[in-house]
Design a protein around this ligand. Structure first.
Ligand code: PNS
Length: 166
């Protein structure tokens, strides 16, 4: 069975992520979309909430499983019997960091290959960070994230702004 992992922060999942999930799901017997910790980023949603949002948006793909791990990707892949990591590449700016991570992950787990999918041209500009920035100013998110989670993002942003008193 060919198992691949699509790891990320997914804070929150965007239509760009979903496009990668759909395309990668067609290439493997099983695709594990794994919410992982990026120590350089502060989250809007908790990991459990991100998993729930992802499950809601990927339910129609029978070979996709959503999970969460706090550990190293290389260890997680070994534990799950996955030999491939899937990553989306949006622009040259993604390249350096993604290749660095691919090399480190293969040092930690020599059986693990990283495969890059070129992002669809519709989504090269899109990131969870940009989505959060738009939500902060009340912009319409309908074109950027799955419809079924738009209200969750707006609500979460309002709660955060109320907590911070702005
Ligand atoms: O969506 P992101 O924030 O670009 O995803 C990055 C992520 C979460 C995939 C990356 O930070 C990661 O793999 N974190 C788990 C810890 C790990 O294995 N780090 C890389 C080797 S030190």
């Amino acid at each position: 069975m060919k198992i691949a992992i699509y790891p990320g922060s997914f804070d929150p999942v965007t239509l760009g992520h979903l496009n990668i999930i759909k395309r990668a799901a067609g290439c493997f017997d099983k695709l594990i979309v794994c919410v992982m910790v990026n120590s350089a980023k502060q989250g809007l949603f908790t990991p459990e909430e991100r998993v729930e949002l992802l499950r809601r948006c990927t339910g129609r793909f029978p070979c996709v499983e959503v999970d969460f791990s706090e550990g190293l990707l290389a260890d997680y892949a070994r534990r799950r019997g996955a030999k491939v990591v899937v990553k989306g590449l949006r622009a040259v700016s993604d390249y350096e960091q993604e290749v660095q991570m691919a090399v480190i992950n293969r040092k930690l787990n020599p059986d693990l290959e990283t495969m890059f999918l070129a992002s669809s041209d519709k989504y090269t500009y899109l990131s969870s960070t940009i989505v959060k920035e738009m939500a902060r100013y009340g912009a319409d998110l309908g074109e950027f994230v799955p419809r079924e989670i738009v209200e969750d993002i707006n609500r979460k942003m309002r709660e955060q702004q109320e907590r911070k008193g702005n």
